[in-house]
Design a protein around this ligand. Structure first.
Ligand SMILES: Nc1nc2c(ncn2[C@@H]2O[C@H](COP(=O)(O)OP(=O)(O)OP(=O)(O)O)[C@@H](O)[C@H]2O)c(=O)[nH]1
Ligand SMILES: [Mg+2]
Length: 477
């Protein structure tokens, strides 16, 4: 940006000169019509000089004189600063018309002052040179404003176009930022460049493709570029994050206590990790260090109770050379106590930005249909509360009803889709099926053994991805 500012500055002594020459040429033409200059016109034919030459010569003298004063030490000797305005602000801003005009006008004023008032009396013999330089300087000063306006218009138009392209790329590749630490969503993360925290780094007055800091330049344009490698943090909790502009897919898992939510979550993320996203990903990694030991505990057959206050999402990072950015699967595993309705509503803020919901139910527990319906009602009530949604409005995010314990023989084991839905409606879950289909636009039904890292649990997430229109479903084949 410093280079661009310098270029704008130095060109301000060259570009306005072009129209200034034309103006000066006509001015000298006019001058030759009035006394005493008209005498020169009368004498010119005696020396075989035509009028055109009489107009061009002072323009050339004026132009050369102007350039010599501007770009040689001669300028400094008449008090010109010959320096681009210094800026101590980082990232370095584009200063165009806003900050440059005062400096430029003062430089032009200095040249004009010396060639008009001081040049003539002090060095009388150079006055044939001083007058043309003065005329050219005045004409160029007049053209300075259109030049700066033009430069500003070009810069801001390029910036606006870059902003639009950047926004399109960001929406497509990233959509939004969800913090893996606090679980809350923001539009973009905060980027750390040379100790400066820049919220949602993007093309701006400080740069279209890069922002310039004291020590180095950093990319600020497009999620196809290298910006995603910069150090980032959550604007809400300030935690440092490694999401690298990945596209999040957020699933909130709900259900009564001990229905199998945690088992379901680990079944999905464990399988994703061990199959490396069904071989479609170059890498499938658990984001948090604590998830490894938890997964190992699940694999060893033990699953502790989840506290209702637990807010951290489980995050799997999927990388694929075919995708511009990573895919991030967030699974919010809420403690079952939350769905008893006795817990504060604002404890699980992920409902305001969840992409899909999964309601887990255990058909082998006591009065399973009532328990499941109770949990479902709390889920919908909380969801509507967080999204300020009236009961009459159908919920747009997809819902999957996941019946666990399919390893225990029962009327629902082994079924899925409409067969499962119809059977559930027949054997006492009618209230749940009916309410779900009334509240949600898209509802799907699955059974699984959540203790195993089986294909069925992955199918649930795959279906939710497809229903939500997300491409992360490809890793669950
Ligand atoms: N047989 C069988 N047991 C399951 C299944 N899913 C979960 N369990 C067991 O049920 C118990 C509770 O499972 P969790 O996954 O902890 O249930 P939860 O819904 O997370 O429970 P809270 O966190 O207390 O709400 C554990 O002992 C699991 O091993 C299943 O599909 N089949
Ligand atoms: Mg749990």
């Amino acid at each position: 940006m410093k280079e661009l500012n310098s270029a704008v500055w130095y060109l301000a002594f060259i570009i306005p000169l072009v129209p200034a020459c034309i103006i000066a040429y006509h001015f000298f033409g006019f001058l030759l019509t009035i006394f005493p200059f008209c005498i020169i016109v009368d004498l010119a034919p005696l020396f075989h000089i035509d009028i055109g030459t009489l107009q061009v010569v002072p323009v050339v003298i004026g132009c050369l004189g102007f350039l010599i004063i501007c770009f040689t030490p001669l300028g400094q000797s008449i008090d010109m600063k010959q320096k681009v305005p210094e800026l101590g602000t980082y990232p370095v801003p584009f200063i165009g018309l806003s900050k440059m005009w005062e400096g430029l006008v003062s430089e032009y004023y200095t040249i004009g002052k010396w060639t008009f008032f001081l040049g003539n009396p002090m060095l009388y013999f150079i006055s044939p040179f001083a007058l043309p330089v003065f005329v050219v300087t005045v004409a160029a000063a007049v053209m300075l404003l259109p030049y700066l306006v033009f430069v500003d218009v070009v810069y801001y138009a390029a910036m606006a176009a870059a902003k639009v392209v950047d926004e399109m790329q960001y929406r497509h590749n990233t959509k939004r930022f969800v913090c893996p630490e606090c679980g809350r969503a923001s539009d973009r993360p905060v980027y750390d460049v040379c100790g400066n925290r820049i919220p949602g780094l993007r093309p701006s007055e400080s740069g279209i493709f890069t922002v310039e800091m004291e020590a180095a330049s950093f990319p600020c344009f497009g999620s196809n570029g290298k910006r995603k490698e910069l150090v980032q943090s959550c604007p809400l909790c300030s935690s440092s994050v490694e999401t690298k502009e990945g596209r999040p897919f957020v699933v909130s898992v709900a259900g009564a206590p001990s229905s199998g939510k945690t088992s379901f979550v680990y079944s999905v993320i464990g399988r994703l990790e061990s199959t490396s996203g069904s071989g479609k990903a170059d890498a499938a990694l658990l984001y948090h260090a604590w998830e490894g030991p938890e997964l190992a505990r699940y694999r060893a057959g033990s699953c502790g109770r989840t506290p209702a206050s637990f807010q951290k999402p489980h995050v799997v990072v999927l990388e694929s050379g075919r995708l511009t950015t990573r895919r991030l699967l967030y699974m919010f595993d809420t403690g079952g106590e939350f769905f008893t309705g006795r817990i504060e509503a604002d404890i699980q803020p992920q409902y305001s930005h969840t992409d899909a919901l999964a309601l887990v139910l255990d058909p082998s527990c006591d009065r399973p249909a009532d328990v499941a319906l109770g949990a479902y009602r709390v889920l919908v009530e909380r969801y509507r509360q967080f999204n300020r949604m009236d009961a009459s409005v159908r919920i747009d995010v997809p819902l999957a009803v996941v019946v666990t314990h399919s390893d225990i023989p029962g009327p629902l084991s082994g079924l899925s889709g409409t067969d499962l839905r119809d059977r559930m409606a027949d054997i006492g879950y009618f209230g749940l099926v009916n309410s779900a289909e009334k509240d949600f636009r898209r509802v799907s039904f699955f059974t699984c053994d959540a203790r195993a890292e089986c294909k069925e649990t992955g199918e649930v997430v795959k279906r939710l991805c497809e229903d939500a229109g997300e491409d992360i479903g490809q890793f669950f084949d």
